[in-house]
Design a binder for this molecule. Sequence first.
Ligand code: NAP
Ligand code: MG
Length: 498
Amino acid sequence: MGQSSLASRHATPFADGGPRKMLIGADWVEAVSGRRFESRNPATGDLLATLPEGDAEDIDRAVRAARAALEGPWGRFKPDERQAVLLRLADLLDRHFDELALLDTLDMGGPISRTRLGRKRMVGLLRFYAGHATALHGETIPNSVPGEVFSYTLREPVGVVGAIIPWNAPLGMSVLKAGPVLATGCTMVLKPAEDASLSPLRFAELVLEAGVPPGVVNVVTGFGRTVGAAIAAHPGIDKVAFTGSHLTGQDIVRASAGNLKRLSLELGGKSANIVFADADLDAAVPGAAMAAFANTGQVCSAGTRLFVERRIYDEFVGRVAAFGRALRVGDGLDPDTQLGPLISQRQLDRVTGYMDIGLKEGARAVSGGARLTEGALAHGHFVPPTVFADVTDGMRIAQEEIFGPVVSAIAFDDADDLARRANASMFGLGAGVWTRDVRKAHRLAPALRAGSVWINCYQLMDPAVSFGGYKMSGYGRESGAAHLHEYLNTKSVWINAT
Ligand code: NAP
Ligand code: MG
């Protein structure tokens, strides 16, 4: 089936159906302004839906609803009741997963073969948070104050959370924000990215269906500069959980100063992926290629600085390029597609701009290097997997986050100097090491300044294992037990029983 017929077959049902208003309290509403904006399919340019263009007034309404919910019955939910709604939500997500995966494919372009794969992780995340809902507890702490004086701690929800998410994994990000909110008893105002709001809205319907009281989860659609900025500055919001670029993260830090909000920032990266000559190259080639190309490179922890030991450099880089050339780029609705389009014209300009910068800097494009426009690809924002060779550490394509399927391959000789070179980046999100020598791996793991280090693998994730950044990749951790603590305050209680 041709790509355009695939797209038109699937675009139609969602053009008129699905939740196309935003959720404030119990109500699906229009923006106060009455304005709407368009949501388009990045593979075809087709209009999928129009959505309310919220602004600061809508954030006000949503914050009031979230505050009221915190002070209402939700605030009195027992841990096992919060657990029960999370488990019901996990079941609903499982049941509706194909539909949500399809929404993400249409809205942000990810291949259906990839968006469908998220089921285990996302359902598992909700069950993980459900487990924690009944396991959160304070401590009894012996103190040295004279007399009969007891001290213990209570763990309390931080309150109203403003969650701001990007477009590269809209459903997954919604789950990652809602899970700890529901487990800890917080409430939330969620702002999806303007380019991919459909699955977060559908997810919010399931949240209500699961029995979460109205107002606990609110979704306000619109633009970052208005809705996002209003969340960051709002005095009624206690914490912002942000995922996006480091530049927006800096804006949020500044805007949050008014009431000194708690912040967690999951930002960008330029992660080093290191391949030694003694690695299992048959595993390292696809590992290094997909570390950079998966989701068309629109992955925060993508392994885009590829350090390769010089004596295998040419062979290895050639094999990664060949792997990239063999990947099928196209409309994500085609089950055979491996890489979909970039999300937007803005992102296409950015990625092709970096391809030009790489060539101007003197790097060699072994594969890719320019936009794809043949046939049906002309209607979308398509680029090929691109491998730049002869890259040096200081080039812009080695330092700046491109957020497209572009990998910059750098040769190394001196293993002792590797950690310094890998760490010479303002980011610190992920790092990869490929070697059969366990000593090299052990030495590098603590030396690399990154929140995740993957050895003979890349991008593995699990609900129980923390993920997050060093340096300009942000602070705070998502998933893992540490995630819950980002949503809790500690209160110390003293009892004088002397
Ligand atoms: P972005 O421009 O920072 O946008 C992220 C979100 O912030 C969007 O919802 C955006 O709204 C909103 N926003 C924009 N300006 C804002 C402002 N002044 N105040 C408050 N909110 C604002 O990032 P992006 O380009 O969409 O996403 C890609 C970036 O996210 C990359 O840097 C990537 O590495 C990072 N990321 C990090 C992780 C992680 O876990 N560490 C995961 C995924 C992505 P609109 O888009 O609607 O304008
Ligand atoms: Mg879209």
